[in-house]
Design a binder for this molecule. Structure first.
Ligand code: SF4
Length: 236
């Protein structure tokens, strides 16, 4: 994947705080819409913890409207900001301090933050080794026979973390950040829900051999859809 795409400088966010805001705003929507919402926040100079928390919820919802589900997301953002501002003095380092499992628990306890959002924050903003699973990952893994159709988020997370642990921690963080980004690229560009483009895909050599020779149509291998509270791609 890296040979095809190069090293991907992901996640798109200028600061760790912007990454966290983006992780909430991207729930159930595309990144293009998130960018417009974040641009609105920047244009009025409120993209920092204290200023964002000081905004009335209705004003916040108005600014993030382009991201969709803006009332729900305004409530979720404020729930996150309450913990960050009131519990940690607006300091992300304090929010992310401690063992990964403990910090993850802390994030998951916040209204509107599910596993995918929490892991995105941990991996891309907090410097924690916590692999992100999304619908692209599940579709790719299922089509290659690396997971069952009913595999849940935690099973896939454990599988990825156990399989991608050869690098020592300092390098592993970058490796996992890039790895998830590579899977997203493959999912978007090649492993489409209905008509996967296996012929052009960098993962084609890893397809199960019998099916690879019989047919290029992997569209029938689609995991069942389960919409979760935080998956932007509606599979968990
Ligand atoms: S080779 Fe086909 S099934 Fe595998 S990731 Fe690429 S598009 Fe999906």
């Amino acid at each position: 994947m890296r040979a095809r795409h190069g090293h991907l400088g992901w996640w798109p966010g200028e600061t760790p705080f912007e990454v966290c805001v983006g992780a909430i705003l991207t729930q159930n929507t595309s990144w293009t819409h998130v960018e417009r919402a974040i641009a609105n926040l920047k244009s009025v100079g409120v993209l920092e913890p204290g200023k964002l928390f000081a905004l009335p919820e209705t004003r916040l919802a108005e600014l993030i409207r382009p991201a969709g589900y803006f009332n729900v997301k305004a409530r979720r953002l404020r729930a996150f900001l309450r913990v960050l501002v009131e519990g940690c003095g607006g300091d992300l380092d304090r929010l992310f301090a401690g063992a990964t499992a403990k910090v993850r628990e802390r994030l998951l306890a916040i209204h509107g933050i599910g596993p995918e959002t929490a892991d995105s924050m941990l991996l891309y903003a907090g410097g924690h080794h916590s692999f992100v699973i999304d619908a692209y990952t599940k579709r790719i893994f299922f089509r290659h026979g690396w997971c069952q159709a009913n595999a849940d988020y935690d099973q896939l997370k454990r599988l990825c973390e156990a399989s991608l642990n050869r690098k020592a921690p300092p390098a592993r963080l970058d490796y996992w950040q890039d790895y998830h980004a590579q899977l997203v690229m493959v999912g978007k560009d090649f492993c489409r829900p209905r008509l996967p483009r296996c012929e052009q895909c960098p993962l084609r050599p890893l397809l199960p051999p019998p099916e690879r020779t019989d047919s290029q149509d992997y569209s029938h291998r689609r995991p069942p859809s389960h919409r979760s509270r935080d998956s932007k791609h509606a599979l968990f």
